[in-house]
Ligand binder design. Structure first.
Ligand code: AMP
Length: 380
């Protein structure tokens, strides 16, 4: 039996899933290697954790994954590997076969996403070495948004910057692609939909007829909503002030905005929503107030972009599990046709508001989007 492996390689983690290769791929195994570069640990779903040698890199992590898969699924033959790659730059609006030429082009986009792209590509290189005969496919977080109208694709900078790739790309595209597919099949009557992907990373996307027309994220994965540790929307004057008046280097500012801000920075407690919801510290309360305020503000903006709203979808770890945040986002949104059934909300039901504007909770699945694209490009 032939199989597809999906690889989602981050800075210190590598998530994987093994699918049977078919028109509708079915997952047969999945898991994660955490703390790559340090005391790495392999956690296959439904099986015991295993410590890997200290300092294990992406190649070592992948090789440990393969050992595990060989033991659990000895008959599996992996002939396609699908990779999550954060940035496809201005060039790639669809999944691509990872030829040497495409890989070289993706290296050039690393400065657009310095904290993610090099690790994604390290995963690609490790998989190419491990499976020299397999077809390698890249699926981009930016691709789903590449059709944005110019006004949602640009900043008001001199035109030459746009031409050099300084644009609003948008991210979480694999998640939105999955949600758009679910909407197409299950709720085809919903034409104007705002999707809130609320996890440790968070963004929103405006879908018109299942096509992305706006995203809260821009050039980098920093813009828009506040996140676990990222700041979200920020006046660029703040960055200039930090450089000029506080003498911070680019590296220090990068660390501040990506790793020390958002829910973690505001609360001073944690980036984890569950901890903040359980806390009675006033700074935790303020962090949640800010988080929900910004989502509500963007929801209004998306309704304006779409000319009204037929649906709102929550997904991601917070969107799928936090009745508290969903309730607060939707509170007082009767003017948008939203009226949440609190019992359905508490139960994480699929439909939590069934008025003129449906509010849905749809568990997202980025891996299956990669597996389907990989199967399609392999022509299976
Ligand atoms: P993700 O990045 O999609 O895995 O989402 C991670 C975020 O989801 C973290 O902030 C978690 O605290 C949050 N989360 C997961 N389960 C729950 C829950 N039951 N209630 C509130 N937040 C949750």
């Amino acid at each position: 039996m032939t199989h597809v492996l999906t690889v989602n390689a981050g800075s210190s983690s590598l998530k994987y899933a093994l699918y049977e290769k078919a028109d509708a791929p079915a997952v047969v195994a999945q898991g994660k290697v955490g703390r790559i570069g340090g005391a790495a640990v392999l956690t296959p779903e439904g099986a015991p954790q295993r410590s890997l040698p200290d300092g294990t890199d992406h190649a070592g992590a992948l090789s440990a994954v393969l050992d595990t898969l060989k033991a659990s699924h000895p008959g599996a033959r992996i002939d396609v590997v699908g990779h999550r790659v954060v940035h496809g730059g201005p060039d790639y609006a669809a999944p691509m076969v990872l030829t040497d030429e495409v890989l070289a082009r993706l290296d050039q986009f690393a400065p657009f996403a310095p904290l993610h792209q090099p690790h994604n590509l390290a995963g690609v290189r490790a998989a190419k070495a491990a499976f020299p005969d397999a077809l390698q496919v890249a699926c981009f977080d930016t691709a789903f948004h590449r059709g944005h109208p110019f006004v949602n694709d640009t900043f008001a900078l001199p035109r030459s910057y746009y031409d050099r790739g300084v644009r609003r790309y948008g991210f979480h595209g694999l998640s939105y692609d999955y949600i758009a597919g679910e909407l197409r099949h299950r709720y085809p009557e919903l034409k104007r939909v705002a999707v809130a992907h609320l996890g440790n990373g968070a963004s929103m996307c405006a879908l018109l007829d299942d096509t992305s027309v706006a995203s809260t994220m821009g050039f980098s994965a920093l813009d828009g909503l506040p996140m676990g540790t990222r700041c979200g929307q920020l006046d660029p004057g703040v960055v200039l002030y930090l450089m000029d008046q506080e003498g911070m280097s680019a590296e220090e500012i990068t660390d501040l905005l990506y790793k020390e801000s958002g829910l973690k920075g505001m609360s001073g407690i944690s980036n984890d929503m569950r901890e903040l919801e359980a806390s009675d510290d006033p700074h935790a309360t303020e962090a949640l107030d800010y988080f929900t305020f910004r989502i509500r503000r963007e929801l209004g903006a998306m309704a304006a972009v779409l000319g009204g709203l037929d649906g709102l979808v929550f997904c991601g770890g917070i969107g799928e599990n936090s009745a508290h945040i969903r309730g607060r986002v939707c509170d007082g949104m009767g003017w948008l046709g939203i009226s949440v059934d609190e019992a359905a909300n508490q139960a994480n039901a699929g439909v939590i508001s069934d008025g003129p504007t449906k509010v849905l909770v749809i568990p997202t699945n980025e891996e299956i989007v990669i597996a389907r694209a990989a199967v399609q490009l392999a022509g299976a």
